[in-house]
Design a protein around this ligand. Structure first.
Ligand code: TXA
Ligand code: MG
Length: 341
């Protein structure tokens, strides 16, 4: 259920977390499925609810960089990046202190921890009130499109206590930078562009091919049920179209990530629009080319993962099991009419 945040309901949320329960937590990137990072059972419940492979570790959220001191070995680059981008959509992977009480399951047994300070008033209020760290992956079943609205979370987890935080402003998950070796490495492009980070700390390395450094970065991910066709300048018959920038393409179902071709606006719209198009009676979704620069890197990363083919039987299964509200109602609620650009 979706809960309007008030001092009373925030207290209720804290009570659920203290007892080892889960809540839906708004952040500036995507909604999270949050639990007390110290409680093994609470963390195990996250994996179970998301059907997430247990080798895929979680991001640990705190209200400030000081909150991580007893958990990770801090360093100079971490300090510079935290000063520049926290609170915000940047996750830092640092060596884990052996004395940290964070559940080993949360970091999947690795000797590192991924930490971040989210930039959302409700998340920050809750973290400050909780006084401990929260483990929170994106609040979607593993492999599916991440939620950018409270009702996206409710569709998959109807019984969850979800704090209403509005549409997420960034719309893409955080950028992950690994600081466990001499050269900082980009593990996942995200809400802060590589260029912005490099303007402060110089060139980022790429993780070596043979080690899966961010184990969650599997090839097929963020996947809608319908097939995606990328770099499409116009839709084919029977396809919905996700446009970017000015377009003359006409079709029954056309949405535009950003009419003015703004990458930040496109990022904020991507997951919501994919979800809406995915509910239409069409054969596939064609997606316009997105420039490979700034936030375009993260947009293209998510689109490529979403485009990895999946079996048709999955669509049949999913349409039967998902409790989705009526297609046209949902589309019309957000966009006024099912036929628009
Ligand atoms: O914006 C975000 O980061 C959102 C919000 C809720 O904070 N969270 C999110 O979490 O995207 P999730 O679980 O969907 O993705 C976490 C990613 C995974 O790719 C995981 O493998 C990686 O972080 N990760 C977590 N701990 C790690 C570690 N110790 N070393 C390397 N990668 C790690
Ligand atoms: Mg995720």
């Amino acid at each position: 259920m979706i809960i309007v945040p008030t001092p009373e309901t925030l207290e209720e949320a804290l009570g659920i977390l203290r007892k080892g329960g889960l809540i839906g937590l708004p952040t500036e990137t995507v909604y999270g499925l949050a639990a007390d990072a110290n409680q093994d059972l609470a963390v195990a419940t996250i994996f179970e609810k998301k059907k997430r492979p247990t080798f895929n570790p979680l991001i640990i959220h705190g209200p400030s960089s000081e909150a991580f001191t007893e958990h990770v070995e801090w360093n100079e680059i971490a300090e510079v990046l935290a000063q520049a981008f926290w609170p915000g959509p940047l996750t830092l992977v640092l060596p884990r202190r052996s004395s940290s009480p964070i559940s080993l399951l949360a970091s999947a047994g690795l000797d590192s921890l991924a930490v971040r300070v989210p930039n959302h008033p409700i998340a920050l209020a809750l973290l400050e009130g909780f006084g401990k760290l929260l483990a929170a992956p994106s609040a979607n079943p593993s492999g599916k499109v991440s939620p950018t609205q409270a009702n996206h979370v409710e569709e998959d987890f109807p019984d969850l206590f979800i704090l209403e935080g509005g549409d997420t402003i960034v719309g893409l998950e955080s950028t992950i930078v690994d600081l466990t070796s001499n050269i900082p490495c980009l593990l996942r492009p995200g809400g802060i562009s590589q260029e912005e980070i490099e303007s402060i700390i110089g060139s980022l390395g790429l993780p070596s091919q043979d080690s899966i450094k961010a184990p969650g970065m599997m090839k097929s991910h963020y996947a809608p049920i319908l097939p995606l066709r990328l770099n499409a300048t116009c839709p084919l018959e029977g396809e919905a179209y996700l446009a970017f920038g000015p377009t003359t393409c006409e079709g029954k179902y056309v949405l535009n990530l950003s009419h003015k071709g703004d990458l930040a606006e496109a990022a904020a719209h991507l997951f919501k629009m994919l979800r809406l198009l995915d509910q239409l009676e069409v054969q596939g979704i064609a997606v316009a080319p997105i420039p490979y620069q700034g936030l375009g890197m993260a947009l293209n990363d998510r689109l490529q993962r979403a485009a990895v083919p999946r079996g048709l039987s999955e669509k049949e299964q999913a349409t039967q099991s998902l409790m989705l509200p009526s297609i046209t109602n949902n589309f019309a609620k957000d966009y006024g009419s099912p036929q628009l650009q």
